[in-house]
Design a protein around this ligand. Structure first.
Ligand code: PA5
Length: 309
């Protein structure tokens, strides 16, 4: 599938029916995953907080993991070393394990598996991986999914504005700086990773209000100030945060391009922001003459790690 078609499939992916039962007695949830799969847990954890949700992006499961833990491992390929090791660790600690994957070793390892369609780049399968969580934990119903579908479709039909932002970044060879706000802090990080993998451009992300307690000093005092392209998410919901953004600009002399999330539900806004970043990074890749699908070095690294020592 062409990379652009992968992007265009996101709206259908969020309708994927991968609902699963939350085991009775679950007191905490851990979501493990790396890269394009790992971002799904981070995004989910900002929308759901009825019981504690922890994120794992490494080899080990946390020490608190036990019988009352639902340990969800997300790996598109099902073969990511860190994720597999952490599931083995979680099982040894007594957790109930669930995998969201298109196959691989993980599909056979977990107590239960939600099998999602194959054939995409992992980072393009965000909808397939998020939908089972969103529906099973009740953070998105038909209404929110329909709203998100409509907004994603609009972006698929017209992404000239996103191409324009990509052009601005490209024309100055700028380093993208993405500032998120709750509940889209993980989406800011998603953009950073999409700039890396799709456009092959190193980017930086942080979030309001935390960045006001550190970045504010470097926004004012860093060297090569002109080399960055500053963006901040807004959604019109939190006047305190909006005020902060304005004050930050005044105090540091930095102009932050607002990325105003579209939609009414948090889920739809989140998906719109995700897709906005997909298109900006896709267009930047094209402008740079880079293949957005190419992750050859990541694949080579996995191969080398997989060699017996
Ligand atoms: O986007 C990518 O290709 C990577 O970030 C992968 O998602 C990452 O290497 C983990 O692989 P997987 O998603 O198959 O677990």
């Amino acid at each position: 599938m062409e990379f652009l078609d992968e992007l265009r499939s996101l709206k259908d992916q969020i309708r994927f029916n991968g609902r699963f039962e939350i085991p009775e007695g679950t007191k905490n949830v851990v979501i493990a995953g790396m890269g394009g799969s790992g971002i799904v847990g981070r995004i989910f954890s900002e929308l759901y907080s009825e019981i504690p949700v922890s994120i794992v992006d490494d080899y080990r499961a946390p020490d608190f993991v036990g019988k009352e833990t639902l340990y969800i491992a997300i790996s598109y390929s099902g073969n990511t070393e860190e994720t597999i090791d952490s599931v083995n660790d979680a099982k040894a600690k007594g957790a109930i394990t669930l995998a969201i994957t298109s196959g691989g070793k993980l599909a056979k390892l977990a107590d239960k598996t939600v099998v999602i369609p194959k054939g995409l780049n992992p980072r393009s399968a965000l909808g397939y991986m998020l939908a089972p969580l969103a529906t099973s934990f009740g953070i998105a119903g038909d209404k929110e999914i329909d709203e998100a579908y409509k907004l994603l479709n609009e972006l698929d039909e017209n992404n000239e504005a996103e191409k324009g932002i990509a052009r601005e970044i490209y024309s100055n060879e700028s380093i993208p700086v993405i500032y998120g706000i709750a509940p889209y802090k993980a989406v800011a990080y998603r953009w950073k990773t999409q700039f890396s993998e799709n456009a092959k451009v190193l980017a930086y992300s942080s979030s309001f209000p935390e960045l006001n307690h550190n970045d504010t000093m470097s926004l004012d005092g860093t060297y090569r100030k002109g080399e960055f392209y500053f963006m901040a998410f807004t959604d019109g919901e939190n006047p305190k945060v909006e005020r902060r953004i304005g004050i930050t600009e005044n105090l540091t002399g930095i102009g932050l391009r607002r990325i105003n999330a579209k939609g009414t539900s948090a889920f739809a806004r989140m998906m719109w922001l995700v897709h906005e970043g997909d298109y900006i990074t896709f267009h930047l890749a094209v402008l740079r003459g880079k293949n957005p699908a190419n992750v050859a070095i990541i694949e080579q690294l996995k191969k080398e790690l997989g060699k017996q020592i």
